[in-house]
Write a protein that binds this ligand. Structure first.
Ligand code: NDP
Length: 307
């Protein structure tokens, strides 16, 4: 017989695990589907996390996630290492299926996160954490007095570039067009910053270096001329992709981010959302954890009121 849970949490990053800590501590029968691949979400990809409160000496991303997971288990949450592949939110109890199991729950928290849009180069994959990053807030401090590149032309790219100037010696933004997609205010701010340079009409073709980044190879799309630039870091900022494909019946914005009301509510009763699958503004572990807490508290309240 199918087990009926009070709450199923889809996603095992900081949002999902914090929701699980709160829900299971409130005695809700809680199941987390943490996914079959990257236990702990995007933080697994980072090295040291220096800005998560409570760890003045810093903590490795995977270690932080391991601890959150242990904390959720301590309060009795069941964690299953499977991907949700199908959901049915049309009638209560709601159904969430993986390739092996079918689960039912009175309420659901969606915490599936987002993934970095990567360039897709082999060298990029090889050098992630060795000079290639997608998060200046996480990794800029490792590039003190170094020369770094930012790839992209939107607000994210300029925000990354501006943040990097606090540490790096120089920041070169590589953009494939001759004008930015970013807002004027960000553009003006970047132009005023003497550490930021722009290379226009250029696509990155390779990231150079065996075990750590030593530079990049680019092509000018107007002249078809290749060139190599020396540098120590490459920040990819060409956008994010929310992991929201599964939720065909919920409202999304034009980029696929789930639309929420009052921080964590969807338009379906008993279905809540938290973390990067809806929050494209802050995208931090601590904000995801905060939203996870809110979603669990709202789920608990909703279950109490809808017994
Ligand atoms: P965007 O989609 O706005 O921009 C992505 C940029 O990356 C574009 O310039 C695009 O180029 C470029 N790009 C995409 N794919 C590739 C590729 N394969 N190779 C090279 N370049 C590529 O994403 P953002 O993450 O910048 O922003 C997302 C949203 O979040 C926006 O609405 C933005 O305004 C908002 N935001 C706001 C901030 C703020 O207000 N402080 C900070 C960060 C984000 P092209 O122009 O050629 O398409």
């Amino acid at each position: 017989m199918e087990k009926l849970y009070d709450l199923i949490i889809i996603g095992g990053g900081p949002a999902g695990l914090t929701a699980a800590i709160y829900a299971s501590r409130a005695n809700l029968k809680t199941l987390i589907l943490e996914g079959s691949k990257d236990m702990g979400g995007q933080l697994i990809l980072t090295t040291e996390v220096e800005n998560y409160p409570g760890f003045p000496e810093g903590i490795l991303g995977p270690e932080l996630m391991k601890r959150m997971r242990e904390q959720a288990k301590k309060f009795g949450a069941t964690i299953i290492n499977e991907d949700a592949v199908k959901v049915d939110f049309s009638k209560s109890p709601y159904t969430v299926e993986t390739s092996k199991n079918k689960f039912k729950a009175k309420s659901v928290i969606i915490a599936t996160g987002a993934r970095t849009r990567w360039l897709g180069l082999d060298s990029e994959k090889r050098l992630i954490g060795r000079g290639v990053s997608s998060c200046a807030t996480c990794d800029a401090a490792f590039f003190k007095n170094k020369n770094v590149f930012v790839i992209g032309g939107g607000d994210s790219a300029l925000e990354e570039a501006l943040f990097l100037t606090k540490f790096a010696n120089s920041v070169t933004v590589i953009h494939r067009r001759d004008k930015l997609k970013a807002s004027k205010i960000m553009h003006d701010r970047a132009l005023r910053n003497k550490k930021i340079k722009f290379v226009w009409d250029s696509e990155i073709k390779d990231i150079l270096g065996e075990n750590k980044v030593s530079g990049i190879k680019i092509i000018n799309v107007k002249t078809n001329k290749f060139s190599e630039l020396k540098g120590d870091g490459v920040f990819i900022a060409i956008g994010h992709l929310p992991n929201s494909e599964l939720f065909t019946d919920l409202s999304k914005d034009e980029k696929g981010y789930l639309i929420v009301k009052n921080n964590v509510f969807t338009d379906r009763p008993g279905i809540f959302v938290c973390g990067d699958v809806h929050d494209h503004r802050y995208k931090q572990a601590v904000t995801a954890a905060g939203l996870g807490c809110m979603a669990a508290m709202e789920a608990e309240k909703w279950l109490e009121e809808n017994k």
